[in-house]
Design a protein around this ligand. Structure first.
Ligand SMILES: *Cc1c(COP(=O)(O)O)cnc(C)c1O
Length: 459
């Protein structure tokens, strides 16, 4: 295959409302310099997230309108479960309204105070759910993950020595599970290799600790395995998925990612016993076991979305578009995290704003400046999101300070993304005038969603 053109045509569109710089200057102020507070119609190109923002297909739409809305035993649930079983080999499926709800159900059954949950840079809601239970999310990612210029092809990999130390030095009853995120979102959308997955499985088995996946972007991870791990070059994407999940105890899924759905999620499990424990929490928090916070239509749409997301031609154009976007940013000399991940390009704010102190939130400052400059919305993945240490209440300073530009699935053309690259290129020339920020109000947990800022007066 030469040029990776989109594996679909666009049949329904939504207009973009144009804004001026003057309008955006007052909107960002009214939104307290928090991009989550912006009215979406005041954003021209929204790269806040790839979560629930993908364009659905005609077949998914057909699923939505023909969903079986039975309270119990819905045929649409059955359809969804069949596809999940085919792709993962996990026999039990508990539907939930989104990914964090799946975490809530699973961790309610498995995680207790003082437990330790090792993993590869847990996603923020995963970490939130672990810390909310007074347990510890222990990051065991390879050290290359913290270096934005390291070309390592699988920067989501788990450091096996770190993991083994964690498994050896803690009592078994304090280790309810290991959580591997594929691809690793907080680490830059970086994939995990099948070789690493197999080694982690072996370590978990040796120490008798269950292994779970946070599988939100499992299909993109499978694409990277196929294209970067020579052994699997001739395998199909569904075969790679089955190999990834073999011997894994279960998974949590946000179907808003590789389910290409506006809403939805699930827990998939191998053990009857864990299924029964989780079922109690599912009914309590989410709904009955065959809908769990989703409509039948949503479940039918997810069944179809999972099939489309694991189609090689789709993945080739999807991951290819994100890579081209990264390449364009580089052509404008914008420092980015490399290699480019599966769903997003991450701008390196520490190299973009080298003089700004960390406690002035350089990535947040840059994300706000990009909105004012071009009406583009990204999201900070840095000190604001890293939140305070739950015990000391001090700011945590992660290794990297990034602005994530997430690309919604099947929604934007390369032209839109070229404009975004140009916006960051323009900003780079006046980078020294971008003001740092200070926090004026914050919530006690997951502060980044609602936190308020004001610009520092650096004079
Ligand atoms: C989005 C996401 C979640 C949480 O899912 P929601 O559907 O947003 O609740 C968990 N893990 C990862 C890796 C994600 O990307």
């Amino acid at each position: 295959m030469s040029h990776p053109f989109e594996s679909y045509v666009i049949s329904v569109v939504r207009p973009i409302q144009m804004t001026t710089r003057e309008e955006r200057e007052s909107i960002i102020k009214e939104s307290h310099y928090n991009l989550f507070q912006l009215p979406a119609d005041k954003v021209m190109i929204d790269l806040l997230t790839d979560s629930g923002t993908g364009a659905i297909s005609n077949h998914q739409l057909a699923g939505i309108v023909s969903g079986d809305e039975s309270y119990a035993g819905s045929e649409s649930f059955e359809k969804m479960r069949t596809v999940i079983r085919e792709l993962t080999g996990l026999s039990h499926v508990i539907p939930t309204h989104q990914g964090r709800a799946a975490e809530n159900v699973l961790f309610s059954a498995l995680v207790k105070p003082d437990d330790i949950v090792p993993g590869n840079t847990h996603f923020d809601t995963t970490k939130g759910h672990i810390e909310f239970r007074k347990a510890v999310a222990l990051d065991c990612t390879i050290s290359e993950a913290g270096d934005p210029t390291s070309p390592h092809p699988f920067k989501g990999n788990v450091d096996l020595d770190k993991l083994e130390t964690a498994l050896k030095t803690n009592p078994r009853e304090k280790l309810p599970l290991v959580m591997m995120t594929v691809t690793c979102n907080s680490g830059g959308g970086q994939p995990v290799s099948l070789a690493n997955i197999k080694s982690v499985k072996a370590l978990c088995q040796k120490h008798g600790v269950p292994l779970y996946f946070d599988m939100a972007r499992f299909a993109e991870n499978a694409y990277f395995i196929k294209t970067r791990e020579a052994e699997y070059a001739d395998w199909t994407i569904p075969d790679i998925c089955r190999e990834m999940f073999s011997d894994v105890d279960g998974a949590t899924m946000s179907a808003k990612k590789d389910g290409i759905s506006a809403m939805g999620g699930f827990v998939a499990l191998r053990s009857d016993d864990v299924y029964q424990q989780c079922g109690v929490y599912s009914i309590l928090f989410e709904g009955y076991l065959t809908y769990g916070g989703m409509t039948g239509g949503t479940m039918a749409s997810i069944a179809q979305g999972l099939k489309e997301a694991t189609d090689f031609d789709y993945l080739h154009s999807r991951v290819g578009q994100v890579a081209r976007f990264g390449h364009q940013l580089k052509e404008y000399s914008v420092p980015i995290l490399e290699p480019v991940g599966g769903h997003a390009v991450y701008v390196d704010a520490l190299r973009f704003l080298p003089k700004m102190p960390r406690d002035q939130f350089p990535a947040q400052a840059l994300a706000c400046a990009a909105y004012v400059e071009g009406g583009v919305r990204g999201v900070e993945i840095g000190t604001v999101m890293a939140d305070r240490d739950p015990k000391t209440r001090e700011n945590r300073f992660p290794k990297m300070e990034l602005v994530r530009l997430a690309v919604p699935r099947r929604t934007l053309t390369d032209n839109h993304l070229h404009y975004v690259a140009q916006t960051f290129g323009n900003l780079l020339r006046s980078a020294s005038t971008i003001p740092g920020l200070e926090i004026t109000w914050e919530a006690p947990i997951l502060r980044h969603f609602t936190c308020r800022f004001k610009p520092r007066d650096n004079k």
